[in-house]
Design a protein around this ligand. Structure first.
Ligand code: OFO
Length: 164
């Protein structure tokens, strides 16, 4: 049986991961509207990945005898100024998710919930990758600045992303 503090925190994290899926889907739609179909695909795959993160927490809570409580999702943004501003927002969002995972890990340690702590180690590593991926794209988009050709090349590159 899982402790009520951890149960509540995992339910909040399920909401945060579902919101991540939602925000990336909104970003995918924005890119599609800008005819940047490679970036749209990249965000779509990212959204699917976030859904799988939410389900990892969901399945874990069920396995531990906890009760999943789904709650309302915040409305994601609709417009961005540029592809760079989208990926900057994604990078900032991932830093926020990292801080949430760290707090959750701190809680598991303070509650002496070793199983939850072990489960969270996967997310601790995953967040290193999530931040690095977003930051790398931010840096590329900064490098190409206003170049339409550069944007075309980055869009093409991101369109080659495969789902895990
Ligand atoms: Fe679930 O890692 Fe991104 O948000």
């Amino acid at each position: 049986m899982i402790g009520s503090n951890i149960e509540k925190a995992i339910n909040e994290q399920i909401n945060a991961e579902l919101f991540s899926a939602y925000i990336y889907k909104a970003m995918s739609a924005y890119f599609a509207s800008e005819n940047l179909m490679g970036m749209s695909r990249w965000m779509d795959i990212q959204s699917q990945e976030e859904m799988s993160h939410a389900m990892k927490f969901y399945d874990y809570l069920v396995e531990r005898g906890g009760r999943v409580k789904l709650t309302a999702l915040e409305e994601p943004p609709f417009e961005w100024d540029s592809p760079l501003s989208v990926f900057e927002a994604a990078y900032e969002h991932e830093q926020y998710i990292t801080s949430r995972i760290n707090h959750l890990t701190d809680l598991a340690i303070s509650e002496k919930d070793h199983a939850t702590n072990i489960m969270l180690q996967w997310f601790v590593s995953e967040q290193v990758e999530e931040e690095a991926n977003a930051e790398e794209i931010v840096n590329k988009l900064k490098m190409i600045a206003e170049s339409r050709h550069g944007l075309y090349m980055v869009d093409r590159e991101l369109g080659s992303r495969e789902a895990d």
